[in-house]
Design a protein around this ligand. Structure first.
Ligand SMILES: *Cc1c(COP(=O)(O)O)cnc(C)c1O
Length: 387
């Protein structure tokens, strides 16, 4: 088909041409004397994105999911107790991994559409007088529902209670698009990936570990090998990797970090906020539909999950958008299948690109019998972006 395909799933996101070009490199010796220059530039650049001076970024040739597993297997002992909340497919999958890896998993069940329940974390942690809970897990941006949680407030609860557990945060769909602060929020392990806010192809796990997490890893008896933090850190210190890294991906990351530096991380976060506001106006003011996120305080600036009216199958809207308009919208996951479609608005994006997604979703909805007024979403977004 002619023209450009519009990729608006909440990851993988659009990879800028600059990054694609930077990745077209011949292979080279990853043990050469000059290779450390590349490694050290990307690891140092990542520190700024994680907003850390003290913690250590680590890159695994995996996706974000590999970093979930690394977080657990490096810092905990077999059967340790972990506390996690579940309010969407991604928080579910991390909790499910804890169960499958044999951890004693205390799951706080939360309605899909709201975020991490700070007071319930307080309640369960305050009952844990003997500090059996070794890790507190939170999904920062639940990509399935378009809900962002308050990590700082959960840190505050842990501090109030002087609870020594490690704080582990999934920031796969927030790093580089929604404010995340490793040091200021006292995060011990942050888990992320290449294909969302970092504007890279899928295939690299990007994580960051605090001194406290590294210390815990020295005493952890959980079996691990490929994902061992210490092997990685020992090699990274000299600018190398314990095994062959994805060389094109490192060049791509170097370029995307340069782009982030040029635009400025805080400007990028504001851009995501502005773009998200336009999408939300299209949904609520233009189309008169509702978001899956139950209240404004949960609104995500990187993804919106949009509820279709009763009697409409969102799967058909998504298929129509794909086949007729070359637009990829995000599917409703698990229990949200058929009930929502998602617009990912993260990464290398501007107003007019997003206009394409809004217009395409609007046409696909009208085709599928949703009663939205033609042009209403586009007009509502224009109003926000022009003001
Ligand atoms: C995309 C995503 C993941 C999964 O990451 P993969 O890179 O697909 O393994 C985990 N958590 C959240 C919040 C995500 O958005």
């Amino acid at each position: 088909m002619a023209g450009q395909h519009f990729l608006f799933v909440p990851g993988p996101s659009n990879v800028p041409t600059r990054v694609l070009r930077a990745m077209a490199v011949p292979m080279e010796d990853h043990r050469s004397p000059t290779f450390p220059k590349l490694t050290l530039e990307v690891l140092n650049g990542l520190k700024k994105v994680f907003k850390t001076e003290k913690a250590y970024p680590i890159l695994f040739p995996s996706s974000g999911t590999g970093c979930w597993e690394a977080a657990l297997s490096n810092t905990l002992n077999p059967g340790d107790k972990v506390l996690v909340s579940r309010f969407g497919q991604f928080s579910h999958l991390w909790a499910d991994m804890c169960v499958r890896l044999g951890f004693d998993t205390d799951i706080i069940e939360v309605e899909w559409g709201v975020g991490a329940p700070v007071e319930e974390y307080r309640h369960r942690l305050s009952q844990d007088k003997n500090h059996l809970i070794k890790a507190v897990l939170v999904c920062h941006n639940e990509t399935a529902t378009g809900v962002v949680s308050n990590i700082k407030a959960i840190r505050q609860v842990m501090d109030d209670l002087k609870h020594p557990a490690l704080l582990m945060v999934d920031a796969v769909s927030s790093l580089g698009s929604i404010d995340f602060q490793m040091d200021a929020w006292g995060v011990d392990v942050c888990v992320s990936g290449s294909q969302k806010g970092l504007m890279l192809p899928a295939g690299m796990g990007v994580t960051c570990v605090s001194e406290k997490a590294i210390e815990a890893s020295k005493h952890s008896r959980y079996p691990r090998c490929y994902f061992d933090y210490q092997d990685m850190l020992n090699n990274n210190a000299k600018g190398y990797f314990p095994y062959t890294p994805s060389i094109p991906m490192l060049y791509g990351l170097r370029e995307s970090l340069r782009m982030i530096e040029e635009e400025g991380l805080d400007n990028i976060l504001s851009r995501h906020e502005r773009l998200a506001k336009g999408v939300r106006a299209a949904v609520t003011e233009g189309w008169k539909l509702s978001l899956c996120a139950a209240e404004a305080k949960w609104y995500s600036n990187s993804v919106s999950a949009i509820r279709v009216p009763e009697g409409v199958d969102a799967v058909k809207v998504i298929a129509r958008a794909y086949q007729k308009y070359q637009l990829s919208l995000g599917a409703g996951l698990a229990r949200l299948s058929g009930k929502v479609f998602r617009i990912g608005h993260l990464g290398d994006l501007n107003e007019l690109m997003l206009m394409g997604a809004i217009a395409g979703a609007e046409m696909a909805m009208i085709d599928e019998g949703v009663k939205v007024e033609r042009g209403s979403g586009v007009a509502a977004a224009m109003k926000v972006w022009q003001s």
